[in-house]
Ligand binder design. Structure first.
Ligand code: TXA
Ligand code: MG
Length: 345
């Protein structure tokens, strides 16, 4: 399959180019497109066969459901059985934006998209190209992140091309994304609302809007294990390098330099990943900067790109600064823990 790259202007998306991409979807194809969080790999959410192609292209296990993306509020009726009051409040407060809400699904949505679940995850992205594209398709768009299953999520069209060239019909290149971490996922179908994946919108912000406590991993209302989004059990966001998360107290020259030296002696390539405030300590060649601690949104935006750079430079072992004290620390660490397979120094 030949993958067509369609470059579209971020602020003023060209109508005819958007239509070209939408035509691929309407012909049953799969198209990667930018959202404000990460790039998605889209298919017509009513088309079971197209959805299967998404799973194939990503190498994604079929029990891991997709998020359905809509362009306008009314479109929720095509996807959800009904809209609970708390969901309506969240839609009003946070849509369009980086919040995915779980609904009871209506019969239009094939089981293959929801991994056999009776619920469906829905999001209205804030990115102008994404909304114009979904609107031009005229159907809701099922889209996981546009990476090969298990790899870091794509924040640039070049990342999508790296993973999926020849496996998708088209890629809309809308430049680098705005945020760089996947949406927060919240489940308000059950009596106790809970956050299944952390992102830019925190459980406290959600709790303020719906006027109820919201369970998340750090803030459990009850002791039982929080059931995660089905996808969260798989290896995620991982570069090929073995990553170690390094406590801030140990993230210093004295600790890391001897370790780096012994890895180099074994003939392996090692790297340090951290915030700009530490850049001075290390030679430029082995230090990968996430950006300044003063700007955690910049750190979030760079996060997946830096993980991909480790692969590009064939790094085999990397020591990564613990980021939990940043305002976006929960969201960043949820992903870093997965990428590192829970390894700490
Ligand atoms: O920001 C985002 O959410 C990006 C962009 C493209 O919108 N999408 C994204 O999709 O991150 P994906 O497929 O990489 O992650 C979707 C997550 C998975 O962990 C999946 O298990 C969960 O959402 N999910 C989907 N449907 C669900 C459902 N009905 N119940 C619980 N979790 C669900
Ligand atoms: Mg993903």
């Amino acid at each position: 399959m030949l993958t067509k790259v369609i470059t579209i202007h971020k602020q003023k998306p060209e109508k005819e180019l958007i239509q070209q991409a939408a035509d691929q979807i309407l012909a049953g194809g799969i198209v990667a497109f930018p959202t404000e969080t990460v790039y998605g790999l889209g298919a017509n959410a009513f088309d079971e066969k197209a959805a299967m192609h998404v799973y194939e292209a990503k190498g994604r296990p079929s029990d891991n459901p997709l998020i359905v993306h809509i362009a306008d509020f009314e479109q929720i009726r095509d996807v959800a059985k009904h809209v609970p009051k708390s969901a309506a409040m969240l839609m009003k407060a946070f849509w369009p934006g980086p919040l995915t809400i779980i609904f009871e699904k209506n019969q239009n949505i094939p089981d293959s998209i929801t991994g056999g679940l009776s619920t469906v995850a829905v999001r209205m992205p804030a990115n102008q190209i994404a909304r114009d594209f979904i609107r031009a398709c005229g159907v809701p768009i099922a889209a996981p992140s546009a990476n090969t299953s298990g790899r870091p999520s794509p924040t640039r069209a070049s990342h999508v091309l790296e993973d999926l060239n020849g496996r998708v019909h088209a890629i809309i290149d809308g430049g680098e994304v705005l945020l760089g971490l996947e949406s927060t996922i919240v489940d308000v179908c059950h009596e106790k609302p809970r956050v299944l994946r952390t992102g830019f919108i925190s459980s406290d912000e959600i709790s303020d809007v719906i006027g109820m406590p919201v369970e998340d991993k750090k803030n459990k209302v009850h002791q039982e294990e929080v059931p995660l989004a089905p996808g969260m059990k798989y290896t995620h966001y991982a570069p090929k390098a073995i990553l170690y998360i390094v406590d801030r107290t140990k993230f210093q020259k004295e600790t890391l330099e001897p370790l780096m030296d012994s890895i180099k002696k074994d003939g392996k390539k090692a790297a340090i990943v951290g915030t700009l405030e530490h850049a001075d300590f290390y030679s430029k060649k082995t230090f990968f900067s996430l950006g300044s601690r003063q700007d955690d949104e910049e750190v979030a935006k760079n996060f997946y790109h830096v993980l991909r750079q480790l692969d590009e430079q064939q790094i085999e072992v990397a020591y990564v600064e613990d980021l939990s004290d940043l305002p976006l620390g929960n969201a960043l660490m949820e992903r870093l823990e997965k990428a590192a397979g829970g390894r700490h120094l």
